[in-house]
Design a protein around this ligand. Sequence first.
Ligand code: ADP
Length: 505
Amino acid sequence: MVVPNFADWCAIDILDPQGQAVRLAVVHEDPEKVEISKELWSSYPPDPKEKHGFYQILKKGQIEVYPEITKEMLTAGAIDKKQLSLLKKINLKSVAVMPLISRGKRLGLLSFGTAESGRVLTKAEIPFFKKMAERVSLLADNARLYSALSRQMQQQKIIKNELEKSQVKFKSVFQSSLIGMMIFDNEGRIREVNKALCELLDRKPKSILKKRVTEVIELDNPDKFNGNWQEEKSGKYTGKAEWNDREGKTKLLEYTITDLISPGLSLLALRDITDQVVEQRRREHFLTITGHELKSPLASIKSISQLLKKQLKSTSESVNEYLEEIDHKVDTINRLVNDLLDVTRIRQGKIEFLYEVVDLSELLDELIKEVSYTAKDWQVIKRGTFPKEIITDRGRLTQVLRNLITNAIKYAPDAKKIIINVQKNSLKRNYKVEIQDFGPGIAPAEQAKIFNLYYRASKSKTSKGLGVGLFISSQIIKQLGGRLNVHSQVGKGTKFYFTLPYRPK
Ligand code: ADP
């Protein structure tokens, strides 16, 4: 409409979503000239750093009119000879550029140019340019909205497809899983169940669906499932449950709950741990019985050996030594039996404590004397401030210290030196006790695991031990109100340390 009646050239350039200038349209009667103009645009695209280019005019947001484009203006504006020659071929006489603005947003520029016609565009025509710019802006805005909308629709379609695909995948994993699973909503009502769950509970899906989770299995924390589950959980939760089968036998179950992406839905995975728990209880029962069975003959041997020691005191040096050795060996077996019994007691929460006033220095001296029977050439050095009156369980504290000192001797056999350091912390009202050896140390990856029950570090598999000492020690220290920790450097040695409050809380 504009070309060729009003101007010889017309161009629409817009900003794309990335903020780049894009030539949307360029019109001229002569297709060859259009090609030249396209070449100019592609070889010399607008540069945001230019003083008079696309970006600057758009930034100013005002109509600009250049009634006369002189040769000098072309020469001054051209970047190189090639651009100058292309500009000359187009041979613009007069130019008007107007910003396209819609709903306050700057969309791009509309440009008119005259050449062959020799028509001059003047500032007097600004009202007309303005009207043209308004109309084109409206069209451009609609086109932009439409393309944004169709892009969004396309993206939504892709997302929907992906969602459908992942739902199909999830359903097939859910159904074929060997682990019993159910999906429940935030009211605790069961929405879906898989085959493994129906087999585990020996129920048909119909008889479970729509029921509350708590109606189907007996959970350790049923409150969480009655409506307020969503607020309480933090994405994942593990617990124990019980369930009675058709014959009235109780099954023990372990469950994990995970949030699903769908709002208000959660996934509960269920595992039958009856056999495992029964087996564990059987083992613990066996250990308790064996431990107690061993204790009485051991007590008899101990008293007989002490009786013999008294009666044969001056008979001969070697007889005394043998009897002494029997005594120590009996003590060692006794401690092993007690350790095994302690494991069961700790697991069942049945360990008992007897608090009294303890002189730590004296307790350590006795202990050092005891270990020196078996570690004769060892040096055990005491350092720091030793409390004379600390309220704690003497027997249990001795057990921990004995374990840490004998470990230092067992795992650092060449070092021959142990340092026991005790520091008072008046502010925290506790003592820090450190047992330091100069042995091979413990690798960082194993340091956290050595406090686990039955764990033995890879290097020590050859030496004797049950892997229960540190587990028991850390549990005892916890009960005594402290914490047992380790600091170790491979090749340099190990420091086990724990805190003891002045008195238990
Ligand atoms: P056990 O000595 O019966 O194996 P513990 O629970 O007392 O059991 O110790 C667990 C593991 O920690 C040991 O097997 C050993 O590998 C490591 N360990 C304990 N004390 C030391 C130490 N002082 N130096 C190096 N390794 C140690």
